[in-house]
Design a protein around this ligand. Structure first.
Ligand code: ZN
Length: 321
């Protein structure tokens, strides 16, 4: 079973601006300051609730001086955080006061406040009545009654492929038939110039996934300000091994299990081109730091520990205060 969203990983360009937005504007806690295990000259910054509960995690690879990405087909186009009922107007005031570009729209009859991070990544806030279990961080600059709780949803825009007049919907087939995700809402929209599109919502464990079929979206360019991949929760390694076998048996090309220190992962592209990861819930972020000191020091996996001195020279200094 897929328990829900585990984390969302996006691309940033400046570590300090990234911290200033996710910690100081959104009020998340920096949970881990580490490097991209596959490219150790690059930061991998993790934000989440007080302890980094799976489902609350937003993470970034920070590539200096890279070009601006383009949001488009073949990737995840937005991430929606859940906030308490009654907090959206205060969030609007906060975003305005802090000079953030934001706006509002209605999706499936619910208010969604969207905001752009320093490199134009679109995040969304939506009020949700029932509180998801998480660890409210007492050090947050956002008052607890307004605090972001968890990632409610991701919106993916698979590549459009059609046979005759019918769009091929292999992504949706994978989600319902193999993953067991249940469709819960669907909306069509007409565009005068580019034909019609639609949004369909699926329940994915405790989270939701929207599939956006919007012909007016061009092809993605995965760079600064776009989402690199989305990860879903496997309860443990045993469940992950079972998923690995199931995916391979169903023709989904999947990487072997990768050791990510704080969890274990497999990666694959869904049929619409969006990069997916399955990550285990454990062992979590307290394996190398205490609760009090989470995110404060550069933590390295054993295989790059001997590069620490060089990394300290090339990695940007970050002020968390
Ligand atoms: Zn990941």
């Amino acid at each position: 079973m897929i328990l829900g969203i585990h984390h969302v990983t996006a691309i940033a360009e400046d570590a300090q601006k990234n911290v200033d937005f996710y910690v100081k504007v959104l009020g998340l806690r920096m949970i881990k300051k580490t490097v991209n295990f596959d490219d150790p000259g690059v930061y991998h910054l993790y934000y989440g609730d007080g302890v980094g509960t799976p489902g609350t995690l937003m993470t970034f690879f920070v590539y200096r001086q890279i070009r601006q990405g383009v949001r488009g087909q073949g990737e995840t186009v937005s991430v929606t955080f859940e906030v308490p009922v009654g907090s959206l107007d205060r969030w609007r005031e906060r975003l305005a006061r802090l000079g953030v570009t934001f706006g509002e729209e209605e999706i499936f009859g619910k208010r969604v406040v969207w905001a752009l991070d320093p490199v134009g990544l679109r995040i969304e806030l939506e009020e949700v009545a029932e509180s998801t279990k998480m660890d409210v961080w007492s050090g947050s600059t956002v008052p607890a009654e307004d605090a972001i709780r968890t990632i409610r949803r991701v919106t993916v825009a698979p590549f459009q492929v059609s046979e005759g007049n019918q769009p091929v919907r292999r992504s949706e087939e994978l989600f319902t038939e193999l993953f067991g995700w249940e469709p819960i809402a669907r909306d069509s929209h007409e565009s005068e110039t580019r034909g019609s599109g639609f949004r369909e919502r699926f329940r994915a464990g405790v989270s939701e996934v929207d599939v956006l079929r919007d012909p007016s979206l061009g092809r993605r360019l995965n760079s600064a300000g776009t989402i690199h991949h989305i990860a879903f929760r496997n309860a443990d390694s045993e469940s992950q091994e079972a998923w690995l076998a199931t995916l391979l048996r169903n023709g989904v090309h999947t990487t072997p299990v990768q050791e990510r220190n704080y969890f274990r992962s497999i990666y694959f592209r869904e049929p619409g081109g969006v990069l997916f990861e399955f990550a285990t819930d454990g062992p979590g972020f307290l394996i190398d730091e205490t609760y009090e000191t989470l995110g404060q020091n550069l933590m390295l996996p054993p295989q790059v520990e001997d590069l620490r001195e060089q990394l300290n020279e090339v990695l940007q200094e970050i002020d968390l205060s």
